[in-house]
Write a protein that binds this ligand. Structure first.
Ligand SMILES: [Zn+2]
Ligand SMILES: [Zn+2]
Length: 261
């Protein structure tokens, strides 16, 4: 049958059964802890009292035999037997009281710890709630900003489309004008062909490229500083020279031939 008492060794506190060690300072230990501790020193592991007396430490059987019960107090006078029983019951009462005090202390400590934990978690919860609220307001601000940005983007996009339409329109107008100017230029070129018929074919035949000659499109651009390229005049003189060579008088042709020799 198990005893209600527990081992008074702080780290053990197991319910006692079988054999136990009792001390004169009213402490009790399980067989393992008592054997170990009292082999080391005669000091109580619970209250550190010196236990050097002959009967200060006793190993007892918690389930005594019938013969032991018959003999342990046999021969004692009733008052002695009653006193022994009273002291044994006082020991038991003290142990129960100690256990009750210990349990109450544990409960108080656990309650304190619980209330501290509750406070801590209340703080954590309120802090987290505040963070959630802050994040929610941040999200709503960001959402508003996003909406505004999308709105502005749409506005800019429609403006860009409008500009693009205008650009396309201007581009087609420019293309039409350019084509018109090219055809006008071609007509003008044909009109001037009697004067410069020989100049251009000669240049093309000889592979000469005049990089300074403006293109028809460039000619269309009204440029106050634009003038006839200077080397075109030189070319005309050169061509005139050749012209004389081809259809000049025999005397003139001889002079030119001599000049070349
Ligand atoms: Zn123990
Ligand atoms: Zn003790």
């Amino acid at each position: 049958m198990d005893c209600e008492m527990v081992c008074n060794f702080k780290k053990c506190r197991k319910q006692l059964s079988g054999f136990a060690w009792v001390t004169s300072c009213s402490h009790i230990f399980c067989d393992e802890d008592g054997s170990r501790e009292f082999n080391k020193s005669y000091a109580c592991p619970a209250c550190e009292s010196s236990l050097s007396g002959k009967l200060d430490i006793i190993r007892i059987d918690l389930s005594p035999s019938e013969q032991y019960k018959s003999m342990v107090l046999a021969g004692q006078r009733p008052e002695v037997a009653i006193e022994v029983c009273a002291r044994a019951i006082a020991f038991w009462t003290y142990q129960n009281h100690q256990e009750k005090v210990f349990q109450e202390y544990t409960i108080t400590k656990t309650k304190d710890k619980q209330s501290q934990m509750e406070k801590y978690y209340d703080q954590v919860v309120s802090q987290t709630q505040a963070e959630i609220d802050a994040l929610k307001s941040q999200i709503s601000t960001t959402r508003k900003e996003l909406e505004n940005t999308v709105k502005r983007l749409n506005e800019v996009s429609s403006k860009l489309m409008e500009r693009n339409r205008q650009y396309q329109k201007l581009q087609s107008m420019y293309d039409a004008l350019r084509r018109q100017s090219l055809s006008v230029n071609n007509i003008l070129s044909c009109g001037q062909s009697s004067q410069s018929m020989h100049a251009f074919p000669t240049e093309v035949r000889e592979g000469r490229h005049d990089h300074h000659r403006p293109t028809p499109a460039q000619q269309f651009v009204l440029n106050p500083t634009s003038e006839r390229p200077r080397n075109m005049v030189d070319n005309l003189a050169d061509v005139q020279d050749r012209f004389n060579l081809q259809i000049g008088t025999p005397k003139e042709a001889t002079r030119v031939q001599n000049k070349h020799k």
